[in-house]
Design a protein around this ligand. Structure first.
Ligand code: NAD
Length: 368
């Protein structure tokens, strides 16, 4: 039997592509072209703050600034203008502020379009305790989420029964062996490179035996190639969700499917104080895009009070990605020092600092 066309989409050659750095390394004199999308709402404010920090640390990025989201609609009638896509196609590297997506009608999420356009198959969300005294101390976890497949593909339809046109709702997920191997290779290679001790594969193979059973089987197979370099174990997703709030320290790197990753990553962000401090990377065959997890926060846009931490931490991940690890380390330790020693925090973290005050404190630490 042939492969159905919709499934063939998931089996294109890129699925098995080996992991390769998306961007050539910079020597000290070289600049690295990168696309900058300030985004909507608080996006431009937190982007400006992040650029100040990147300048202070001597980051080698040469920015091409482009619009997307409502800002794209306002200038060119498209939430993902052609010039923005072409810039990312050229640079293969982007730092992106949050984009507003109208609820209900309107346009499709530009974030989802970007994931598809650049085959951003790996969503990487680290979570680390930044402010002591919260409910959980010393959290240091990374979630690696498959970003293109699973139940998230949204293959859904209704079946009418009698006079009810929507009497039955059906949805299908798609996991491919190639896609599962690719994300597992990413997770294990990441764990080895970052000197992590363990990868936990999270699934629901006891019930979704084919869909997540295949994911587990492929991930365990890849794990064998990393034997002796990083430990591996596995958990059923519901048990993992509970254990994350009972004893989160038992986890190190969590590798999971798209929908489970979506849910668990927010739970993990909650362990360290919420989405406001959560950075993310979307890494793919054709590009890597770094962004804060939070949205455009229209309620505080333009007031100068937005917390720029999440985008700054995303920028640190971007520095790691282009192998500027020392600059990334300096950004993180300046943030730690400002939060823990200088006690300067934005209002969402219980402080009184404006975006500008907070940014100035980090820049002062970097230059000090
Ligand atoms: P949101 O994350 O923008 O805001 C939720 C709450 O958190 C608000 O009260 C907001 O003021 C606060 N908040 C968020 N970021 C903050 C920051 N950096 N500093 C201080 N407070 C902060 O979520 P929402 O209101 O549900 O979404 C607003 C818009 O953003 C929607 O159009 C949504 O589609 C979009 N969105 C975009 C992305 C993205 O581009 N990656 C992600 C999530 C939501």
């Amino acid at each position: 039997m042939g492969v159905p066309a919709i499934i063939a989409l998931f089996l294109r050659p890129g699925c098995a592509a080996p992991l390769a750095p998306a961007t050539p390394l910079a020597t000290s004199a070289q600049r690295i072209p990168a696309t900058l999308i300030p985004g909507d709402g608080i996006g431009p404010e937190v982007t400006d703050a992040t650029l100040e920090v990147l300048a202070a640390v001597g980051a080698p990025f040469q920015w091409e600034t482009h619009k997307a989201g409502m800002a794209g609609v306002a200038t060119s009638g498209d939430p993902l203008p052609r010039e923005t896509l072409e810039s990312i196609r050229r640079t293969r590297l982007a730092l992106k502020g949050p984009l507003t997506t109208p609820v209900g009608g309107g346009f499709r999420s530009s974030n989802v379009r970007l994931r598809e356009a650049f085959q951003l198959y790996a969503n990487l969300r680290p979570a680390r305790t930044l402010i002591p005294g919260g409910r959980f101390e010393d959290i240091d976890l990374v979630l690696v989420r498959e970003n293109l497949e699973g139940l998230y593909v949204g293959f859904e339809h209704y079946i009418p029964v009698g006079d009810d046109p929507r009497a039955v709702a059906m949805g299908s997920g798609v996991n491919t062996r190639a896609g599962a191997r690719r994300i597992a290779q990413f997770a294990f290679a990441y764990a080895v490179k970052q000197k992590r001790r363990k990868v936990t594969i999270v699934h629901k193979a006891n019930v979704l035996k084919a869909l997540t059973g295949l994911f587990l089987e492929a991930a365990l197979d890849v794990a064998r190639d990393f034997a002796g370099r990083v430990a591996v174990d596995e958990r059923i997703v519901d048990a993992c969700a509970m254990q994350l709030v009972m004893n989160p320290w038992q986890f190190d790197v969590i590798l999971t499917t798209n929908l489970f990753g979506d849910i668990l990553s927010d739970e993990i962000a909650g362990l360290v104080g919420g989405l406001g401090m959560a950075p993310a990377a979307n890494i793919g065959v054709d590009a890597a895009i770094f962004e804060a997890v939070h949205g455009s926060a229209p309620d505080i846009a333009g007031k100068g009070v937005a917390n720029p931490l999440a985008l700054m931490l995303s920028a640190a991940m971007m520095l790691d990605h282009v192998e500027q690890e020392e600059a990334a380390r300096r950004v993180r330790s300046a943030i730690d020092a400002v939060l823990r020693e200088d006690n300067i925090r934005t209002t969402d973290l219980g402080g009184a600092a404006s975006t500008a005050d907070f940014t100035r404190a980090i820049v002062t630490r970097l230059r000090g």
